[in-house]
Design a binder for this molecule. Sequence first.
Ligand SMILES: Cc1cc2nc3c(=O)[nH]c(=O)nc-3n(C[C@H](O)[C@H](O)[C@H](O)COP(=O)(O)O)c2cc1C
Length: 225
Amino acid sequence: MSDDAKTTPKRSRDSISNTLIVAIGVSFVCSILVASAAILLKPRQLQNEEEYRQRIILDVAGLYDPGADLATLYSSIEETMTELASGELAPVYLVMDGARTEQVILPIEGAGLWSTMYGYLAVENDGNTVRGLRFYSHAETPGLGDQVDKPAWREQWQGKKLYGPDGEPQIEVVKGPAPDESDYQIDGLAGATLTGRGVSVFVRHWIGEDGYGPYLKTLGEEESR
Ligand SMILES: Cc1cc2nc3c(=O)[nH]c(=O)nc-3n(C[C@H](O)[C@H](O)[C@H](O)COP(=O)(O)O)c2cc1C
């Protein structure tokens, strides 16, 4: 054995420096893997979000068919913009029947009890009759506020009128059951009156003067000609 080998102290595998080198190396490799996965999956994630949004728009309009090709179904929807009273441009989705607007789908959002709720309201071409309401994002409590997603509750919106004879927004979610004959009232959500109240407030906002009210009024007038 040479003198060198005898005198150079051998670094123990369990030394602090070795442990640090391995830990830093593993962290570095893992961070590269996680970052690469996030970057590579981002386009797929965005595409999934877009497809989900398109499904909801088709569904609220009563046009969604799970067996059909989504892109083909969605090609029947025309996206356009309208100017709100604030001067802001807001999107509107049109379902056309030839040159005639058959219904319009309006994005709506507002405060529930715990969360901002995002959804779509579909309205017939009279600018007054509801075709459907559907939320695609909220964080209301499961079993309470999230009853807004129950098909039985959503179906009640179909056929209701947004405006009373005076042209003012009348639609509302009441506390408890709505009278059968009511054109404007929707059953309250059991144990979740506050979420229902939030929905009433922001739906009325979006169909009012500062929201899509003027657009819906013009649509109704054009279609009744
Ligand atoms: C943990 C917890 C979660 C709740 N989540 C909701 C909710 O998502 N939406 C809602 O309106 N009320 C929710 N509530 C109930 C409200 O505080 C309130 O009691 C209720 O909205 C009143 O409705 P009611 O008059 O139908 O009972 C929750 C209560 C608790 C304790």
